[in-house]
Write a protein that binds this ligand. Sequence first.
Ligand code: MHF
Ligand code: KIV
Ligand code: MG
Length: 291
Amino acid sequence: MNAKKTLADLYRLKENKQKFSCITCYDYTTASIIAGTDIDTVMVGDSAAQAILGHRTTLPADMDTMVKLTAAVRRGLPESLVIADMPFLSYQISIAEAIRNAGRFITEAGADIVKIEVSEHDIDTVRAVSRAGIAVMAHIGIRPQSIGLSGRLRAEGTTAIQARGLIDLAQRMVDAGARMLLVEGTAREIAAIITRRSRVPVLSCGSGPDCDGQVLVITDVLGLNEGAKLPKFAKCFGRVGENIREALTEYDKQVKNASFPDDATSYHIPAKELEKLNKELNRKESEQQAL
Ligand SMILES: Nc1nc(=O)c2c([nH]1)NC[C@@H]1CN(c3ccc(C(=O)N[C@@H](CCC(=O)O)C(=O)O)cc3)CN21
Ligand SMILES: CC(C)C(=O)C(=O)O
Ligand SMILES: [Mg+2]
């Protein structure tokens, strides 16, 4: 079961070379289920734009939506470490907006950490948000919010030059105050180097087993997006989509063959009250017939 977790606990786990787990979550009900597991931390990802709202990319996620979803997850996981994903345009416009929006996740949604997809242009933003007293997770590697630059997402750190850039960027983010790193879709070997060199815990999303922790998107883990083309690293651990379809098929069947609802799932009027009512109705009827 989920004991209260803090950022300090993740630092301790890294120190002891123990792995920690993270999963995305977007709603109260699912958060309440996660509360009954040993999963260490949850991330309210802007992948909600896809998983919850049905968009093709993460770009349409906005602050108001993300704050609402993060607050819902917090209510289901009152003791957990909650990471809020800063959506597209919530930190790119100005440092002032970045601080204000990061702060909303803390004050309005009860998040513990904000995640920002970063390049070398975001160093001052990470520094400023950190200086405001907010723990920042710097997200490097594949950055889905930058999909517009090339129109597709590709594995990162697969050339020596790219790898060197990522290793340097990770270091600069920590120097700027980032309290955690997230490395997405990056060559295992490079994620391993970043993790070995980093004093802050490194979360991997599709960057191999050598990082300090792992995160996956919950719909992928549960097998909720059957038939969708998923990234190579998105391992499916269950068939919840199938379970949902089975339950819904059975519900539909029972409604149509009138076996649901039955007497046991119905409300009742006490026999005495029903008798009184019937008398009343009968009297009204005979009065009308008499006319
Ligand atoms: N359902 C879901 N799962 C995720 O892991 C996920 C999201 N949504 N949305 C936000 C980001 C986007 N992610 C993605 C999406 C696609 C690829 C992808 O197409 N990867 C190719 C790379 C091919 C290559 O360069 O070799 C792949 O085939 O894995 C990777 C990460 C990870 N995140
Ligand atoms: C995949 C994780 C890292 C994420 O950013 C998201 O779910 O939006
Ligand atoms: Mg995201």
